[in-house]
Design a protein around this ligand. Structure first.
Ligand SMILES: C=C(O[C@H]1C=CC=C(C(=O)O)[C@@H]1O)C(=O)O
Length: 402
């Protein structure tokens, strides 16, 4: 493999997404900040149980051999790869690391362009609106309620303590449909979430698996959900009962404890907040923030240990995964897998591919949303919860540029 050359220079940019390919946008954004890529200088593909460790090893080699000239030096500059990974070890979906030919980025007052390989000129193009309606996929409402009931039964039988089961909705992107408009629509509605678009995986995730720069990391675990209240007082009551409700607190503990345990193995100084209610435009989540210092590990090494967390699989992990496969009988693809970017030092930002959809090369769209099932979960409530979680992508597809 020939060594890559990356050169980052300061630039003045307009709308970042106008620099992306309409059919294959690469983007990781939060509010006005983020990075957007175009083209493929290098594409690495992985499959199977070792996909994340293989990616970590392959990326170390690419980064070691690369020639990087970076005059800006903030997170997202220099050599970077975007990545999206399958949820399940047995998935038919390809996991990827993509080094674009061009990256444009913004962080606060810093704006930059990175050329990988030969330099060139910027060609921003206007973003067209695309409108798509979603309908039931392989798991409709009735089947989903049955899956939740079966998962609860398995928990009662002692096969697992928590299982996160999901359902899907599908649609069709028109042949020339501009995927960037969906990304804009997600970002406008969910400015505090991380809006992602990598290899057809598109969404707005509130859950940061790992963000690290110069060794310092941040991770946010979410589990436990309630819809927002219609009035401020009702909304406050809902947040309070979420934080004190037995079912949601138990569901959250499984996810937070498993992440803290893994992170402590890599970073003995790992610290965690108390669980707190996190407000999103469409719902409340229980959240735990975790920070610490990674030794020599890259964010891809961390993903290899963290994924899949109990927020998307369950507890114990292996038992929950077996029950998910048996009950859902659908390949989740890259839904609930890690999506994000990594730099030459192994730093980067990875979220869980939630609140989104996969769009394949033929324009077939499949959106997923899941809910954590514990003892006492109610099928009707979990169905409603998944409908709320499907709203970001449903709305962004139906009316991308409100
Ligand atoms: C599995 C999903 O959400 C997870 C993340 C936060 C809260 C969750 C919950 O309360 O069930 C889920 O564990 C999804 O959005 O598809």
């Amino acid at each position: 493999m020939p060594a890559l050359r990356a050169r980052t220079e300061r630039a003045e940019l307009g709308r970042l997404l106008e620099h992306a390919d309409p059919r294959a946008p690469l983007a990781i954004r939060r509010g006005a900040d983020g990075i957007v890529g175009r083209g493929e200088a290098l594409r690495l593909e992985f499959r199977g149980p070792s996909r994340l460790t293989d990616a970590a090893d392959a990326w170390r080699e690419v980064a070691r051999d690369a020639q990087v000239d970076d005059e800006v030096g903030v997170p997202g500059t220099g050599l970077i790869a975007f990545g999206a990974f399958a949820f399940d070890d047995a998935s038919a979906a390809t996991s990827v690391l993509i080094v674009p030919r061009l990256v444009v980025g913004r962080r606060g007052d810093d704006e930059w362009v990175t050329w990988i390989g030969d330099g060139g000129r910027l060609h921003p193009t206007a973003i067209d609106e695309v409108r798509v309606e979603l309908h039931d996929g392989a798991i409709g409402a009735k089947r989903y309620r049955a899956i939740v009931a079966a998962a609860t039964e398995r928990i009662r039988a002692g096969d697992a303590e928590k299982v996160v089961v999901a359902r899907d909705r599908v649609g069709q992107l028109p042949p020339e449909g501009d995927i960037r408009s969906v990304v804009v629509g997600l970002g406008r509605r969910y400015p505090d979430a991380v809006t992602y678009a990598v290899d057809g995986v598109v969404g707005a995730s509130p859950e940061t698996l790992i963000a690290a720069h110069r060794g310092h990391f941040f991770s946010r675990v979410l589990a436990g959900t309630a819809a927002r209240g219609a009035t401020p007082s009702l909304d406050a009551e809902i947040a309070e009962s979420l934080a004190s409700g037995d079912k949601d607190v138990r569901e959250h503990r499984f996810a937070a404890d498993s992440a803290i345990e893994v992170l402590r193995e890599l970073a003995p100084d790992t610290r965690a907040s108390e669980p707190f209610p996190l407000r999103l435009p469409n719902l409340w989540h229980l959240a735990t923030d975790i920070t610490g210092t990674l030794g020599g590990s890259s964010t891809l090494d961390v993903l290899a240990l963290l994924h899949p967390t109990a927020a998307v699989a369950g507890t114990p992990r292996a038992a929950a995964l077996a029950i998910i496969r048996e009950l859902e009988r659908v390949d989740r693809g890259r839904y609930a897998g890690p999506v994000g970017w990594v730099d030459a030092d192994g730093g980067g930002e990875w979220v869980i591919a939630l609140r989104g959809a996969e769009i394949d090369d033929d324009g077939c769209i499949r959106a997923f949303a899941g809910a954590g099932v514990v003892a006492g979960s109610d099928p009707h409530d979990e169905l409603t919860e998944t409908a709320v979680k499907l709203r970001p992508i449903t709305d962004a597809l139906a009316d991308p540029l409100p």
